[in-house]
Design a binder for this molecule. Structure first.
Ligand SMILES: Cc1cc2nc3c(=O)[nH]c(=O)nc-3n(C[C@H](O)[C@H](O)[C@H](O)COP(=O)(O)OP(=O)(O)OC[C@H]3O[C@@H](n4cnc5c(N)ncnc54)[C@H](O)[C@@H]3O)c2cc1C
Length: 427
């Protein structure tokens, strides 16, 4: 699609996954933009995340597939176990399941590095501002203004003006707060999470995404995010322990966690395919954060200001869709700015396309994410070992639970194949 309007200038607030992906799509469409990031420097923070085929297709369209493949693991399968290490269900993922595009398991910091490197090269380093903390946004009939402070000194920077301001500033978004000042804080799900990465020999296929146990007594998600990190074939393995508990602190992605607060729940998880307590003990560092989200908003866009990614639709990290939905938003917003002459119309068109869709993912992540498979088995067995899984739940039912989530989140094979020609089309 060729660009028909005057060149819109866009202020991107927040240099995370969504902000940098948006910058790359805008650059490709010939739309000027600048990114303003709160952190004084962009450091590779976080732990593991997954990029599913619907999102990896968009990153491939930006020419990033091989850069991502170099620093990630091409995920092969999802495997579900109960807390006794018994296999419940196994299914192939990404290219191994016949998708055109892969599933990547990757360190969030590595993903961000790939995006930042591409943005620095394609936009130029003078378009990326670090140490700029957004403190407010205003607009009038001819433009939108973002106000910033220097993160280190607290001094005000000169206000920045553009045709459009996009809040890509994550869970505690200042832009969201400006648009929806009366919304309360993020909502706690009742589940707290501890995360880490450990250097470990390959588990199962060496590219398996393991989900095991259930939240009431302790659930684990485990998957490798980098191959051969020690020159001897060991992998960097990401793990997440999840436990129901009323105790939690405000979400801060960098809050250190204490091993003794959760390892007890996994003390006897010693399977012939993995020693879970030992995997946890091997972590270089442990991070703690609560599972939180927000109710879907009635609207994201007001005139020339809108929201994207976690700022627009924070969701429980239970379906590997947080980063993916931010990437899909970025593509949709760039498409809308190309298609509509009037910036406010473009932002509304973007919202119309993405808000109802992401609201469904937020709700599905609360009710029936992929790990609902574990809940079903937990409830039907009364949390006891089973003799044969077929006596508890049929393969067909298990597959239906998994497929139901894929359809809502937009990565079932049928929809992706149907959309393929459009998605691969150049802006
Ligand atoms: C440090 C960090 C670590 C993370 N670790 C994980 C993880 O291990 N696993 C996982 O699943 N998800 C993690 N996430 C969240 C994950 O990146 C997002 O859920 C998802 O990728 C959606 O991306 P996003 O761009 O909307 O938000 P984010 O990737 O969270 O990016 C938001 C960006 O906005 C910046 N920002 C915030 N406030 C302001 C402000 N006032 N002014 C300017 N900039 C601002 C933040 O510093 C950040 O760079 C992490 C996020 C962060 C910021």
């Amino acid at each position: 699609m060729s660009y028909r309007g005057t060149l819109v200038n866009v202020i991107i607030v927040g240099g995370g996954i969504g902000g940098f992906t948006l910058a790359l799509f805008l650059q490709r469409a010939g739309i000027g933009c600048k990114i303003y990031e709160l952190a004084p420097e962009i450091r590779p923070l976080g732990v593991g995340i997954n990029i599913l085929p619907h999102a990896s297709r968009e990153l491939a369209a930006l020419g990033l597939e091989s850069a991502l493949a170099e620093v990630s693991v091409l995920t092969r399968e999802a495997v579900f176990f109960n807390r006794f290490g018994q296999l419940i269900y196994r299914e192939a993922l990404g290219r191994y399941a016949g998708y055109d595009d892969p599933q990547f398991s990757i360190h969030r910091g590595e993903l961000q590095k790939v995006l930042v490197a591409a943005a620095t090269e394609r936009l130029g380093p003078d378009r990326i501002f670090t140490g700029w903390k957004c403190v407010g946004v205003d607009q009038d009939a001819t433009g939108a203004t973002a106000r910033f402070q220097d993160t280190a000194t607290g001094e005000a920077h000169a206000p920045q003006r553009a045709d459009v301001v996009v809040g890509c500033d994550g869970l505690h978004s200042v832009v969201r707060k400006a648009l929806h000042p009366h919304e309360g804080p993020p909502l706690y799900s009742g589940v707290n999470m501890w995360r880490g990465v450990s250097i470990w020999p390959s588990i199962l296929s060496g590219a398996s995404m393991v989900r095991a146990g259930w939240l009431a007594n302790g659930k684990m998600v485990i998957y490798p995010i980098r191959d051969n990190v020690d020159g001897q074939g060991k992998q960097l393995v990401n793990w997440v322990a999840e436990l129901e508990t009323p105790k939690h602190k405000k979400r801060d992605w960098n809050r250190p966690g204490a091993i003794n607060d959760f390892i007890g729940a996994f003390a006897d998880w010693r399977f012939d395919w993995l020693d879970v307590p030992e995997l946890i003990r091997q972590a270089e560092a442990i991070l703690e954060f609560p599972m939180v989200d927000q109710d879907p908003l009635p609207w994201w866009s007001r005139g020339r200001v809108t929201l994207l990614g976690d700022a627009a639709h924070p969701m429980y990290p239970r379906g590997s869709n947080g980063a993916g939905q931010a990437i899909l938003d970025a593509r949709a917003l760039a498409d809308a700015l190309v298609a509509h002459r009037d910036p406010a119309e473009a932002l509304k068109a973007y919202e119309t396309k993405r808000l109802p869709f992401t609201a469904q993912v937020v709700r599905m992540n609360r009710k029936n994410p992929p790990d609902a498979i574990l809940r079903e088995v937990f409830e039907r067995t009364g949390d006891k070992p089973f003799r044969r899984i077929e006596d508890i739940i049929s393969e067909k039912e298990l597959a239906a639970l998994s497929e139901g989530y894929k359809r809502v989140a937009g990565f079932d094979k049928q929809s992706l194949q149907a959309e393929a020609p459009l998605a691969r089309q150049k802006l």
